[in-house]
Design a protein around this ligand. Structure first.
Ligand SMILES: [Zn+2]
Length: 323
C-alpha cells in the first residue's frame, strides 16, 4: 500500500540530493523535481490543501490518483539517480587524472604533464640539485655532523631527509665553501668545528678556516708537509709552464699569500727553503704583514729548534733540488 508520506519523503529527499549536484546536472534533475512539485501542487490546489512538509502528512488521498503520481515520481527518481552516478564516475575520473600530475614534493596538482614538468618549487629544486658537486659536499658534511652530534646513530639518513631539515641551506652554503676553498679534508674540518663548539653559521668564515689550518699545520708530520708541498709545486709548474723548483722565485705574491693562509704552503717549507727569500723580496710591506699575521713565527722557531732532526730533513731535501 502506497501512502502519501512516502511520496512527500521522496520529493524532499529528491530536492536535497539535487542541491548536492553541480549545475550541469541540476538542469535536468531540477526539471524532474519541478515536475514532481507541480503534480503535488495541482493535487493540493484541487483539494484546497497546503504543501508544507508537516501538512502533507495529514492529507487523505484516494488510491488511484496516488498510484499514478507514484509511478511518475519513480521515473523521475531513476533519472536523478542516473545523474548522481554519472557525476560520481566523472568526479573519480577527474581525481585519478589529477593524481598523475601532482608534484610529489609540494602536492600541487596540474592539469597536464607539461605544466608539472615546468613547475618548480623549493623542495623540487633541492631534489633536482642533489648531484651538484657542492650539494654533495653539503650533504656529506651534514651526515658527518649528524653522526658526530646526535646520539641516535643507527637512524638511516637519506638526501630526502636532508632536504627537509632546517639546516639544509646552511650546509649547502658550507658545501660551496668547501668547494671554493679547495678544502682537502672536509670531514676533518667538521670534526674540528664540532670539537671546538663553533656554530654552524660561522663555519664558512675565513678566520675559522685559518685557525683550523694553523692547527692542522702544527700537528702535521714533516714528511706529509713536504710531500704536499712538492705536489702543489708540480701542479703549479705544469699550469704555469715553469720549473717546479723555481716556485718561490716566480709565484705571484698574492697567490702565495692565499696558499699560505689556507695551509697549502706549510711553514715547514716556508721557513727552510733558501729560495723563499725571493718570494718575500717581491712582496709589499702589507703583503708580508698578511703572512706574519697568519704564521705564528715564535711557535715555529721553537718547534724547529726542538725537532732538529725534522728540520735537518726538510733543509737537506729542499737543498738537494735547489729550493
Ligand atoms: Zn612542487
Amino acid at each position: 500500500m502506497i501512502n502519501n508520506k512516502k511520496i512527500v519523503g521522496a520529493i524532499f529527499d529528491f530536492a536535497d540530493r539535487l542541491t548536492k549536484l553541480p549545475l550541469a546536472y541540476k538542469v535536468g534533475s531540477g526539471y524532474e523535481t519541478a515536475r514532481m512539485m507541480a503534480i503535488l501542487e495541482g493535487f493540493a490546489n484541487d483539494r484546497g490543501l497546503n504543501i508544507d512538509k508537516p501538512e502533507i502528512s495529514k492529507w487523505h488521498l484516494d488510491d488511484i490518483e496516488l498510484r499514478e503520481q507514484y509511478l511518475s515520481l519513480q521515473e523521475a527518481y531513476e533519472n536523478i539517480q542516473e545523474a548522481e552516478e554519472e557525476y560520481e564516475l566523472i568526479k573519480k575520473l577527474v581525481q585519478d587524472h589529477k593524481m598523475n600530475y601532482t608534484c610529489e614534493f609540494c602536492k600541487r596538482e596540474f592539469s597536464n604533464e607539461k605544466r608539472l614538468i615546468n613547475h618548480m618549487c623549493e623542495q623540487k629544486r633541492r631534489w633536482n640539485n642533489r648531484d651538484e658537486h657542492h650539494v654533495r659536499l653539503g650533504f656529506q658534511s651534514w651526515l658527518k655532523w649528524y653522526e658526530l652530534s646526535r646520539t641516535h646513530k643507527s637512524q638511516k639518513r637519506t638526501y630526502k631527509d636532508f632536504m627537509g631539515t632546517q639546516f639544509y641551506t646552511a650546509f649547502i652554503k658550507f658545501g660551496l665553501h668547501v668547494a671554493n676553498t679547495n678544502m682537502v679534508n672536509p670531514t676533518q674540518f667538521i670534526e674540528y668545528v664540532i670539537k671546538n663548539g663553533i656554530k654552524l653559521d660561522n663555519w664558512c668564515k675565513d678566520s675559522v678556516y685559518e685557525n683550523y689550518v694553523r692547527d692542522v699545520c702544527k700537528r702535521e708530520d714533516v714528511g706529509s708537509a713536504l710531500e704536499r708541498q712538492v705536489h702543489l709545486m708540480e701542479i703549479w709548474a705544469e699550469e704555469n709552464d715553469e720549473e717546479w723548483t723555481d716556485f718561490f722565485k716566480v709565484i705571484q705574491p698574492n697567490l702565495a699569500i692565499k696558499w699560505i693562509r689556507t695551509g697549502r704552503i706549510s711553514p715547514w717549507v716556508l721557513f727552510n727553503a733558501t729560495t723563499a727569500g725571493y718570494l718575500f723580496e717581491r712582496m709589499s710591506e702589507e703583503q708580508v704583514a698578511l703572512v706574519d699575521d697568519f704564521i705564528e713565527t715564535p711557535f715555529w722557531k721553537l718547534k724547529m729548534k726542538r725537532n732538529e732532526k725534522d728540520t735537518k730533513f726538510v733543509q737537506e731535501t729542499l737543498e738537494r733540488y735547489g729550493i
